[in-house]
Write a protein that binds this ligand. Structure first.
Ligand SMILES: [Fe+2]
Length: 138
């Protein structure tokens, strides 16, 4: 089951929060096209769209962390890379076996599960750093 966006996922950085919301929406859209059996091409396009969106979002996050001298940026980058690896595996699986309810459910759960955990821990950690740094500089 996919969960809906909730404001409890806000980390307090509007630009990033907006991207996280879009990320959530992308997962819902992906799940919808899989379940609705809209055909292989549509699913693949949605997968690739989300992949590109996520890549852009990760780049933006990393640039933001560097801008604010977050010390754990490399560690964070690795988390992103690991996610992309798993995501690409799912795309590979999809290309091999085509759309199925099972794969749709697993994709949704993997992507959303990762996102929710990642926001709650890793993203919150850099947001905290940025806020504390801003307070010190005041
Ligand atoms: Fe992140």
């Amino acid at each position: 089951m996919l969960i809906d966006w909730s404001d409890e996922y806000f980390i307090g950085i509007p630009r990033i929060d907006e991207q996280h919301k879009m990320f959530f929406e992308g997962v819902h859209r992906l799940h919808k096209v899989c379940v609705a059996n809209e055909g292989e091409q549509v699913v693949l396009e949605t997968l690739v769209f989300l992949e590109n969106y996520v890549r852009g979002h990760f780049q933006d996050e990393v640039a933001f962390m560097r801008e604010h001298e977050y010390p754990r940026v490399e560690e964070h980058r690795k988390l992103h890379a690991k996610f992309l690896e798993r995501y690409l595996e799912l795309i590979g699986e999809f290309k091999e076996s085509g759309p199925s309810q099972g794969l749709a459910v697993r994709m949704g759960e993997m992507v959303q599960g990762w996102l929710v955990d990642h926001i709650a821990e890793a993203d919150r950690a850099y947001a905290k750093h940025v806020m504390e740094r801003a307070n010190r500089q005041q």
